[in-house]
Structure formats: structure tokens, C-alpha cells
Design a protein around this ligand. Structure first.
Ligand SMILES: NC(=O)c1ccc[n+]([C@@H]2O[C@H](COP(=O)([O-])OP(=O)(O)OC[C@H]3O[C@@H](n4cnc5c(N)ncnc54)[C@H](OP(=O)(O)O)[C@@H]3O)[C@@H](O)[C@H]2O)c1
Length: 249
């Protein structure tokens, strides 16, 4: 039987890395992307090698013109592509809208939304050209910011994630007849390096303390929901946005 393959964008650290770990344990071969985090990618690869799993790190910016074709081709080299997790995401520096540059807005929309749309298009186009199977699914990693709007922090990022949620709902209906499920996981504040990159390393702990559960989430707690959505246990779930937010709505 041909091995199943999952694509995870942004798999070198944080939530994406936890997703890679879980999909490996589920028996998928995994292709993951990153742009510059060589040491993170090497660690994921070393962990995978020690467990005998097949993992291919692909140094590839998801916004590159040829990224969708490269990523899908790499996955199909490994086996039967059945899972796509669009996880790579950036916020830009924290601040009110008046402080954001055009370049940051363009980059955030490009990485979070446009690249997700383009990779979804490449994958569903491949699946439509092949025989139907019922274990194909896409999981988009969005953010509770899509609904809170993230005022004073990064409303442009929130807007990009609202776009990802609309994409999820619409594409789910569009491809359902072909047996493909499309869902999203909406994390709340999670302990990753994204906050330091946005200029506030302590943000996750501070915001987490104000959630109903009183703490930030771990990458693995987010990855657990992503993994579930890829399985047959979620076989009747499509077009859903699953909140993993410690109770923030
Ligand atoms: N952490 C949170 O509190 C939180 C909350 C809600 C939603 N989310 C969402 O969860 C997802 C993962 O976030 P995270 O916190 O795990 O982030 P992270 O720790 O910064 O990791 C991001 C990953 O994406 C890769 N990446 C970034 N830009 C890329 C690009 N253009 N092309 C390919 N790979 C790229 C990074 O590698 P390189 O640096 O090498 O590119 C890294 O592997 C994002 O979509 C984020 O918006 C996070």
C-alpha cells in the first residue's frame, strides 16, 4: 500500500512542529516548509530519523511563485498526498494600525492568506485529477484574532486570518462532493516564538493569564485538534472552525 503524505507549512518550530510530530506518529510521511530556521528544521529531522519516520524539510518561502508546485511535487515523491496543514503565519510588529507599514501589511496578507489560497488551489487541483478517496483533508491554522480583531496589536493580522476562515468555509462546500474535508483550528494565545518576533516575548504568558483557563496553550494542545481533524473520527466535520483558546471567544 502506498504511504500517505502530509504537508505542513511552517514545521520547524512552534505549532507546526507539534503538528509534524503528531502526523508522523499517525504514520504519515511529512513534508514541512520553513524559510530560514535551519536549526529548528535539523532538530525535527533528527527526531524523525530516530523514530524511523520519513520527513522532508523543504526550505521554501510559501509566498514564492513556484512554492505550491514545489511543495506538492515534493510530497508526491514520498507517496500519496492526503493531508495539507496550512500553518505558516506571521504577525508583523505589535502596535496600533497607524504604526504598520505598507510592506508589513503586504507581507502578512501574502504569507497568511494569499499563500494559503494558492497552496489549497494546487492541492485540490491535484486531488480532483485523481481517483476519489475519503481520507483527504485540509486544516488551516487561523487565530481567535479573526474574531476579536486584535485591537492595538495587529488588526491587519486579524483581517488576514478572517480571510483564512472565509476560505475554509467556502472551500469546504466547494470540494465536499469530492470527499475532501476542509477545516480550521483557531488557536488562542500559545507559547511559541511568534510573540518575541512581534516584539513582546512575554505576551503569551500575560494574555494567557487573562483567559478563562488562566494560562496560554501549548503547541501540542493546538496540534491535537489539527490531528483530530485529519482523522476519520472527524469524518463528518467540514467547514468547521475549531476553537482551542482556553475559553476566549
Ligand atoms: N502562537 C500563538 O499564540 C498563535 C495564536 C493564534 C494563531 N497562531 C497561528 O499559528 C500558526 C503557527 O504560529 P507559531 O506561533 O507556531 O509561529 P512560529 O513559532 O513563529 O513558527 C512559524 C513557523 O512558520 C515558518 N514560516 C514563517 N513564515 C514562513 C514562510 N513565508 N514560508 C514558509 N514557512 C514560514 C517558520 O520558519 P522560518 O522562520 O524559517 O520561516 C516557523 O517554522 C500561525 O499561522 C499563527 O498565525 C499562533
Amino acid at each position: 500500500m502506498t504511504r500517505t503524505v502530509a504537508i505542513v507549512t511552517g514545521g520547524s518550530r512552534g505549532i507546526g512542529r507539534a503538528v509534524v510530530d503528531r502526523l508522523i506518529r499517525r504514520g504519515h510521511a511529512v513534508v514541512f516548509t520553513y524559510t530560514s530556521d535551519e536549526s529548528g528544521a535539523d532538530e525535527v529531522l533528527a527526531d524523525a530519523a530516530s523514530s524511523g519516520a520519513e520527513v522532508l524539510p523543504l526550505r521554501c518561502d510559501v509566498t514564492d511563485a513556484d512554492a505550491p508546485q514545489r511543495i506538492v511535487a515534493a510530497a508526491e515523491e514520498l507517496g500519496n498526498l492526503t493531508v495539507l496543514v496550512n500553518n505558516a503565519g506571521i504577525t508583523g510588529p505589535i502596535g496600533p494600525l497607524r504604526t504598520v507599514t505598507d510592506a508589513t501589511v503586504a507581507r502578512v496578507i501574502d504569507v497568511n492568506l494569499t499563500a494559503t489560497i494558492r497552496l489549497c488551489r494546487a492541492v485540490v487541483t491535484r486531488w480532483e485529477a485523481q481517483e476519489r478517496r475519503d481520507d483527504r483533508s485540509i486544516v488551516n491554522v487561523t487565530s481567535i484574532a479573526a474574531r476579536t480583531g486584535a485591537p492595538g496589536e495587529y488588526v491587519w493580522y486579524a483581517a488576514s486570518k478572517a480571510g483564512v476562515e472565509a476560505l475554509t468555509v467556502g472551500l469546504a462546500k466547494e470540494v465536499a462532493a469530492n470527499g475532501v474535508r476542509v477545516n480550521a483550528v483557531s488557536p488562542g494565545t500559545t507559547l511559541t516564538t511568534i510573540h518575541a518576533r512581534a516584539g513582546r516575548p512575554d505576551r503569551a504568558a500575560e494574555v494567557g493569564a487573562r483567559t478563562p483557563l488562566g494560562r496560554a496553550g501549548s503547541p501540542d494542545e493546538i496540534a491535537a485538534a489539527v490531528e483530530w481533524l485529519t482523522t476519520s473520527d472527524a469524518g463528518y466535520v467540514t467547514g468547521a472552525i475549531v476553537d482551542v483558546t482556553g475559553g476566549i471567544r
